[in-house]
Design a protein around this ligand. Structure first.
Ligand code: 13P
Length: 300
């Protein structure tokens, strides 16, 4: 069933686990997430990155929405990292349940103004907004300790930002990076504690690929209730495809797709277990989601 992202994250926060938000590009990715979630009775999120939205357009959104509606467990559909008002409007028009208005590449005052405006727009459409301050980099290469620190979320600024923009969830930067960690991951947990102490909305951690289980558990304990995962799932897809293409003489496309789904599903299942959301789908069948569905907000 299509779920509200707010309901997923608030319920996860209350019960001290986290929701996995997986970037999807096509049918195989969507199937892998939904099958993993259904098999484990877990809630989950289908997440579309702007570059895959640019490529897949409305058919990709429709695929995610339809799959969420048809799923036996609560699934929400989210636009990841968007700096474009047009893409956010497109997501909202299609009934996606949340968007990330990502003004983090902008100077702070512009990030604040952009996020505030996008939050008003999303709330008018019954959707929730994730935003970010600090700046999650693609890698830690070549950065000094001071430069890394400067990119991290400032706990005091975070308080002001959340109050001024009225965002629903905050993505924090505490040493997490997108893509592979080139050295041992180091998360600044004292910083996370300071952020958590002053902010009463769900916190999000990007760049969950490659984080060891103990860092995942500690982050959940300290208030993170959404993890974004892309790289590890994508790598599983490409790895199995390469292997199949190098061994099968005349591969059937459906077999290739099926193997890709299985490979991604196993990575996703492992993450759902790690995040503690396995077995929690029943907690999310909330009156809120049914109320929105009854009002036609989330109905097809
Ligand atoms: P990874 O690719 O490191 O898993 O990060 C995904 C992400 O944060 C998407 O927003």
């Amino acid at each position: 069933m299509l779920a509200s992202t707010s309901d997923l994250l608030e319920t996860a926060r209350r019960n001290v686990y986290a929701i996995g938000a997986f970037n999807v590009y096509n049918l195989e990715g969507v199937r892998a997430v939904v099958q993993a979630a259904e098999t484990l009775s877990s809630p989950a999120m289908l997440q579309i990155h702007p570059s895959s939205l640019k490529f897949g357009g409305t058919p990709l959104i429709a695929l995610c929405m339809e799959a969420a509606h048809a799923a036996k467990v609560p699934i929400s559909v989210h636009l990841d990292h968007s700096t474009s008002t047009g893409a956010i409007q497109q997501a909202l028009n299609a009934g996606m349940t949340s968007v990330m208005a990502d003004g983090s590449p902008l100077p702070y005052s512009e990030n604040l103004a952009f996020t505030k405006q996008m939050t008003q727009l999303a709330h008018q459409n019954g959707a929730a907004v994730e935003a970010e301050i600090g700046r999650i980099s693609g890698s830690e290469d070549g950065l000094t300790v001071e430069e890394k620190e400067a990119l991290m979320t400032d706990p005091d600024q975070a308080v002001e930002f959340v109050a001024a923009t009225k965002v629903d969830f905050l993505a924090v930067t505490i040493g997490n990076v997108h893509g592979e960690y080139k050295s041992e991951p180091r998360l600044d947990f004292p910083r996370l504690i300071r952020i958590r102490k002053n902010i009463d909305i769900p916190l999000v951690l990007h760049g969950a690929s490659g984080l060891p289980p103990e860092m995942i558990s500690k982050s959940i304990e300290l208030g993170v209730c959404k993890f974004n995962v892309n790289t590890e799932v994508r790598q599983a897809y490409v790895k199995v495809l390469k292997k199949d293409l190098s061994t099968a003489k005349s591969p059937d496309l459906v077999d290739l797709m099926q193997n890709a789904i299985s490979a991604m599903q196993s990575v996703i299942s492992e993450k759902l277990q790690l995040f503690g959301s396995a077995g929690k789908s029943h907690l999310h069948e909330s009156p809120y989601a049914s109320m929105l569905a009854a009002n036609g907000k989330f109905s097809k």
